[in-house]
Design a protein around this ligand. Structure first.
Ligand SMILES: NC(=O)c1ccc[n+]([C@@H]2O[C@H](COP(=O)([O-])OP(=O)(O)OC[C@H]3O[C@@H](n4cnc5c(N)ncnc54)[C@H](O)[C@@H]3O)[C@@H](O)[C@H]2O)c1
Length: 434
């Protein structure tokens, strides 16, 4: 229950952020209506069938439906009427010029505007550029409601746990009463709550994603350096992690960063900086290093194939941008495979979250998706591990080596024991370790 007691909440857009927000707010005792324009999604959620893969989401969805505190609809007007808080959780994709496209935020604002109760608080949870709060105010055209920025920091794959146990809650409010009301809603989480102005709140979200992306670009560069100088990246990174100022989170080398947030948010921040006359060179370098990382991994696969992948069968373990999610948006695995396809490789893959066959979300990438890791490896010259699904670490490598036609193993996640790979007869290469 909120510090102010349970309240009525509408959540507009029930994707990774919106559905997680809806089930968690209902779990806290509030009455929540989730709204989506996607009717099929609404039917699935209403039947207790989560449209996305997230640990714990199904249970909270079932609880919310059973208690009657959680419902879903396509009817925005009905959902918003009598709601004290209306959360905007719609997409903010990258526009053609790199900036965040606010179209869905503005559309949703216009749709809710006529139906909002006087004194309602509209909460922008979508990641939006600095100054967007003013645009939401303009799109609403209502002087009797408040607009509050409340960026979301959850990680896909751990969305529910992150939402219920956040490191902090950030609230950017122009009106003190609205900031206090939203703080009270979050009070039961027991997390630190930072209340600031909307521009600072909007900047915090981009600053965090840019920092984390830069951290991964940095560690990937260190791993590449280790490969060049003959150092062991695993030991180098362990040695760095002991330093509390550095820490071990987001310090694992890999095929590059991706997913639904980092790529678009880093580009959006570059545009924000540029629009205000500041050249953010460090961020530019992080993005360049990341693009180069996809080629670095493709080069490693080519080297494992003898220098050229044209006509060579390459098996990929992992397609999603990280483990524990089914999200393929801007996946580095897909970026690496696209580069291999452009060089003429024949691709076959397995990902625990992906159905057998080719998936339209793979952006036209010609890859045959198998139902298990061994089948995907069959007849492949090179196997590349692209997503850190835990089951890959324990795979029976002798069996894998038997079904492959070649012996190359590129471990872009440093999750396979090189000694085990060697014992199985595979030629192992990892990120900064061999
Ligand atoms: N995915 C993440 O890990 C994450 C984390 C933090 C912040 N964010 C931010 O949160 C926002 C949403 O991201 P997401 O990954 O949940 O997106 P998503 O694509 O998974 O979900 C968005 C949902 O909004 C719906 N929608 C679009 N317009 C609508 C409208 N007018 N009315 C009702 N529903 C509408 C879509 O049908 C979709 O179901 C983005 O700004 C994103 O940057 C995402």
């Amino acid at each position: 229950m909120g510090g102010q007691g349970p309240v009525r909440v509408a959540v507009i857009g029930t994707g990774y952020v919106g559905l997680t927000t809806a089930v968690c707010l209902a779990h806290l005792g509030n009455t929540v209506i989730g709204v989506d324009v996607d009717e099929a999604k609404v039917v699935r959620m209403s039947a207790g069938d989560p449209p996305i893969l997230e640990e714990g989401l199904g249970d909270l969805l079932a609880d919310g439906l059973a208690t009657g505190r959680l419902t879903f609809t396509t009817d925005t007007a009905a959902a918003v009427r009598n709601a004290k808080f209306v959360f905007l959780c719609v997409p903010t994709p990258q526009g053609a010029d790199g900036a965040a496209d606010l179209r869905y935020v503005e559309q949703a604002s216009a749709q809710i505007a006529p139906h909002l109760d006087s004194g309602a608080v509209v909460v922008t949870k979508s990641t939006v550029p600095v100054g967007s709060a003013g645009k939401v105010v303009a799109a609403l055209g209502r002087q009797d409601v408040a607009v509050v920025s409340n960026p979301e920091f959850l990680r896909e794959g751990r969305a529910v746990a992150d939402w219920l146990h956040p490191d902090r809650v950030v609230i950017g409010a122009e009106h003190e009463w609205a900031g206090q009301a939203l703080s009270a809603l979050y009070e039961p989480l027991g997390a630190p709550i930072l209340v600031t102005d909307p521009a600072s709140s909007e900047t915090i979200k981009y600053a965090c994603n840019a920092f984390l992306a830069a951290k991964v670009s940095f560690v990937n560069s260190i791993a590449n350096l280790c490969a060049a100088v003959g150092a062991n990246a695993t030991d180098v990174i362990a040695g760095m992690s002991y330093d509390h100022r550095i820490g071990s989170d987001h310090l694992a080398p890999g095929p590059g960063w991706g997913g639904s947030c980092f790529p678009k948010d880093t580009h959006a921040l570059l545009r924000i900086a540029d629009d205000h006359g500041y050249r953010f060179e460090l961020l530019e370098a992080s993005i360049r290093a990341n693009d180069a990382q996809f080629d670095t991994v493709a080069d490693m696969v080519a080297a494992a194939a003898g220098g050229d992948v044209s006509g060579v069968t390459v098996a990929a373990w992992g397609l999603t941008f990280k483990a524990a999610t089914d999200d393929l948006r801007d996946s580095p695995a897909v970026s690496v495979l696209s580069r291999l396809a452009a060089r003429g490789a024949r691709l076959q893959a397995f990902d625990p979250s992906q159905p057998v066959g080719s998936d339209p979300r793979l952006d036209g990438l010609d890859v045959e998706v198998f139902g298990d890791a061994l089948s995907a490896a069959r007849h492949a010259s090179v196997l590349v591990v692209l997503t850190e699904w835990p089951e890959f670490a324990g795979a029976d490598l002798r069996h894998v080596a038997e079904v492959m036609s070649g012996s190359g193993l590129v471990d872009a996640r440093n999750m396979i024991d090189p000694a085990r790979a060697k014992a199985a007869g595979l030629t192992y290469v990892g990120m900064g370790r061999s």
